[in-house]
Ligand binder design. Structure first.
Ligand SMILES: Nc1ncnc2c1ncn2[C@@H]1O[C@H](COP(=O)(O)OP(=O)(O)OP(=O)(O)O)[C@@H](O)[C@H]1O
Length: 228
């Protein structure tokens, strides 16, 4: 599903080498934590996956597409195949929970009938059926992140990318979010999650890729924790 072959990324403006000869292969249906110290290259890895950045050299394949050769006009279509969750939720503040989730479907020509059935189903899945009419500012951090997750899931993407999704919420709620992601993963969705929280990582039995100074320094396919 995801293949990085000898990928290097140098940011031109500063000459910073963020990734060097980076090779990784992630299969369909895997749950992968990506950990490592600040500045290691985790966000760069995510930006390359989302095709926000292009590598300086190497090849990247996601869902059978070569991201290096992907034409600029095709990038928005590629992004629609991804479900993305960020640390800062990125909800639309003027829209209620229902509309924040429905919006992700409305921009992709899904019929009104399908939206009416799909949005309540997804809100139920993340435990927010009772909050459909609430505005984001009236929700807790954990609830806002569940709305963001619902929005990422509603298009049924084969891949979810979560960049520090628990960075702004309490430890108990962080566990719940990863638990929810794990349930989604059991249904076949591939999950790539960047995190700083090694306590959280050690609670779950998922593959752990540790990046440092732009390269993978360990890849624990069974279970893992890392020391910073
Ligand atoms: N747009 C950019 N222009 C120049 N240098 C950048 C840019 N983005 C990141 N870098 C540099 O690339 C390196 C890797 O950064 P990256 O953001 O990928 O690390 P990270 O592991 O996500 O860190 P953190 O955990 O602090 O978010 C760092 O040295 C950073 O300063």
């Amino acid at each position: 599903m995801i293949e990085f072959v000898n990928v290097s990324k140098v940011y031109k403006a500063t000459g910073t080498r963020a990734l060097s000869n980076f090779n990784v292969s992630i299969d369909r249906g895997e749950f992968v934590f990506v950990v490592g110290p600040s500045g290691a290259g985790k966000s760069t890895f995510i930006k390359l996956l989302m095709r926000e950045e292009k590598p300086t050299s190497g090849e990247i394949y996601v869902n059978g597409q070569n991201l290096v050769r992907l034409k600029r006009r095709k990038v928005p279509y590629y992004r629609r195949t991804l479900g993305v969750v960020f640390q800062d939720f990125r909800l639309i503040p003027t829209m209620n929970v229902y509309d924040n989730v429905a919006f992700a479907l409305r921009v992709t020509n899904v019929s009104a009938k399908d939206i009416r059935s799909r949005v309540p189903y997804i809100l139920g899945l993340v435990g927010l059926s009772g909050k459909a009419k609430s505005l984001p500012e009236h929700l807790s951090g954990g609830e806002q992140q569940r709305v963001a997750l619902a929005r990422a899931l509603v298009n049924n993407p084969p891949l979810i990318i979560a960049d520090e999704p628990t960075g702004n919420i309490d430890p108990d709620l962080s566990f719940e979010i990863v638990d929810l992601l794990s349930e989604i993963n059991k249904c076949g969705t591939t999950i790539v999650m960047v995190t700083h929280e090694h306590n959280l990582v050690s609670e779950f039995d998922h593959r752990v890729i540790t990046i440092d100074e732009g390269t993978i320094i360990s890849d624990d396919r069974n279970r893992g924790y890392y020391d910073e």
